[in-house]
Design a protein around this ligand. Structure first.
Ligand SMILES: [Zn+2]
Length: 126
């Protein structure tokens, strides 16, 4: 089920000419862009079956195919997993210390901010 939703996230991204992944990339990496968010989680690129990694804001670890259905670090794969997290409202729990960044909330807030706009675009785009 989670993989199906992940794949739907790819289809949604493609429907919008990859706008979601490009916006996510700019959020993570393009310091001069208006949508850049410092310290936004950005997972490393792990190959298939290549160990596990942190949650990066998702509700399971990297390499555990539950809430990160792909271990790739590309914005396309991260957006597909954020689409999954947004669909079920499942994110990494807040950190125990308020001094640490809440990566789950950062990803959830990003989706809540842009998804209404993306859905509107998907409806009207030819
Ligand atoms: Zn994928």
């Amino acid at each position: 089920m989670n993989n199906v939703v992940h794949e739907l996230g790819h289809a949604f991204n493609n429907r919008l000419g990859k706008l979601p992944e490009n916006l996510l990339s700019a959020t993570q990496e393009t310091a001069w862009s208006p949508c850049y968010i410092p310290n936004f989680p950005n997972r490393l690129d792990l190959g298939e079956n290549e160990d596990t990694g942190p949650n990066y804001g998702f509700a399971s670890e990297q390499g555990v195919l539950m809430w990160q259905m792909n271990s790739g670090g590309s914005p396309s794969e991260e957006f597909a997993d954020m689409f999954l997290g947004w669909t079920f409202d499942r994110w990494q729990a807040p950190p125990s210390s308020t001094n640490l960044p809440d990566h789950g909330k950062m990803r959830a807030d990003w989706m809540d901010k842009y998804m209404p706009y993306f859905i509107w675009l998907a409806l009207w785009k030819d």
